[in-house]
Design a protein. Structure first.
Length: 434
């Protein structure tokens, strides 16, 4: 028989409820969404991650998803990404997991591959010293061929696809050995796995192309390999692209197909999903907000891009156009992924993660109380306020300091240190500290 809370009692907030993700018990429903930390691949990478996440965990966040780390040598999209393509490289990150666990939080590692958008396709310093091609699901669409002019491209064979899935499995096993509590497959924002799932990129005629079920086979194969290398009980999660935005008359993933991908992921044995609406291109649609004007306003950032793009004015103009057009087409909206995660929650029984434009304690509690998702995450606000979890968990009505200016995106792309680059936020923090 249910017990009454009693006169004057306050019902506990949903965000404080623990949750199980596979075999992992998370202390509450707030997570730090995966964003790049700019840790790179040098010997100080573990310390960069540990320093960033230690404060997040200390402030009470339940789960941290460490931003995209790469399972192969050639697949990084930014110089700030970390390689986890060998056991040695992965195990060196054990101190990161230890730092998070010390303060009671859990940590998953997001793993992926950029495919045709790897550094060798856009960053001059890497393109000129690389011997091999960038990897593609199929012959690249005409919309991106111009950007790949002069770049050698290899379409993955069926055997190559199977070896790629094995790489995800191996890295998952090493991540578990390093003390990580689970993994998330990077399958959005036009990364390689997203390219497999999307009919915009996937024009294959083997078992990994054609129907939605065939395109999703890569997720099934990865899940099998993760269980083989990391164990049946190791938490495995995945992002699910839904309702893609694509050029007119182009094939894309519809809303209903996105829901079917959610169902398929559950049938493949994934322990949780993160449904997101996005574009087929890797621009700021994934983290909506303003045009990051620091490309022009900050001399050091502009010069770094000029060097990365080989001094090409055309490439710089295309980059600026991409940021400006994304800001115009995808302005910031509070909780912009609600149509996707709330619908996914109705068709699967595994936990659903919400992310995208979530900035207040009220929004988080509303999502959880309405049963629209099981975990709620924020990414960029942790740049502005590493201890923002304590504010959210206390139920504070104060909004987070993040202004969604997107000024953190160009530095991320360049591999610079991950932090808030918005001078307005820095000013607010000084005022609050007085």
């Amino acid at each position: 028989m249910a017990q009454s809370l009693g006169v004057g009692a306050v019902e506990p907030r949903k965000v404080h409820s623990p949750i199980s993700i596979g075999s992992c018990i998370v202390r509450n429903r707030l997570y730090r969404a995966p964003v790049l930390e700019g840790a790179g691949d040098g010997p100080d990478a573990p310390s960069v991650y540990a320093d960033a996440f230690r404060e997040n965990a200390r402030s009470g966040v339940g789960l941290i998803i460490q931003g995209n780390s790469c399972v192969t040598e050639e697949g990084r999209s930014s110089p700030g990404m970390t390689l986890v393509n060998t056991r040695e490289r992965t195990l060196r990150l054990a101190k990161v997991a230890d730092a998070v666990h010390l303060h009671g939080a859990r940590i998953f590692m997001q793993i992926g591959h950029a495919g045709i958008y790897s550094m060798e396709a856009w960053h001059d310093a890497f393109a000129t010293r690389r011997d091999g091609p960038v990897l593609a699901v199929s012959t690249p669409p005409i919309h991106v061929k111009a950007a790949l002019r002069g770049i050698s491209v290899k379409v993955l064979s069926t055997d190559d696809v199977r070896e790629l899935a094995t790489a995800f499995g191996r890295t998952s096993g090493w991540a578990r050995e390093a003390g990580y509590d689970g993994v998330q497959i990077a399958s959005s924002n036009a990364k390689l796995i997203h390219q497999f799932l999307s009919a915009f990129y996937n024009r294959r005629n083997d078992e990994f192309g054609g129907s939605l079920r065939n395109r999703a086979r890569i997720l099934e194969l990865i899940a099998t390999e993760v269980r083989l290398h990391a164990g049946e009980d190791f938490p495995l999660t995945v992002k699910i692209p839904m309702g893609e935005d694509a050029p007119p008359m182009s094939p894309k993933t519809s809303f209903d197909e996105g829901l079917e991908l959610c169902r398929l992921a559950e049938s493949f044995g994934y322990h949780a999903i993160t449904p997101v609406g996005l574009s087929v291109f890797p621009h700021a649609s994934l983290c909506r907000g303003a045009d990051p004007t620091d490309i022009l306003e900050v001399t050091s950032i502009r010069k770094r891009f000029e060097e990365a793009l080989g001094g090409s004015r055309i490439k710089m103009a295309v980059l600026r156009w991409g940021y400006r057009s994304a800001a115009k087409r995808y302005p910031f909206q509070p909780v912009w992924n609600r149509p996707f995660f709330s619908a996914a929650k109705q068709v699967v029984s595994i936990p659903v993660f919400a992310v995208g434009g979530i900035r207040t304690s009220e929004e988080i509690e509303g999502i959880l109380a309405a049963g629209e998702a099981d975990m709620v995450g924020m990414g960029r606000p942790f740049y502005a306020e590493p201890d923002v979890a304590s504010q959210i968990l206390s139920g504070s009505e104060q909004p987070t300091l993040c202004e969604s200016s997107n000024r953190c995106l160009p530095p991320q792309q360049l591999g610079m240190k991950a932090r808030c680059y918005n001078p307005n936020v820095a000013r607010k923090k000084r005022e609050l500290a007085r």
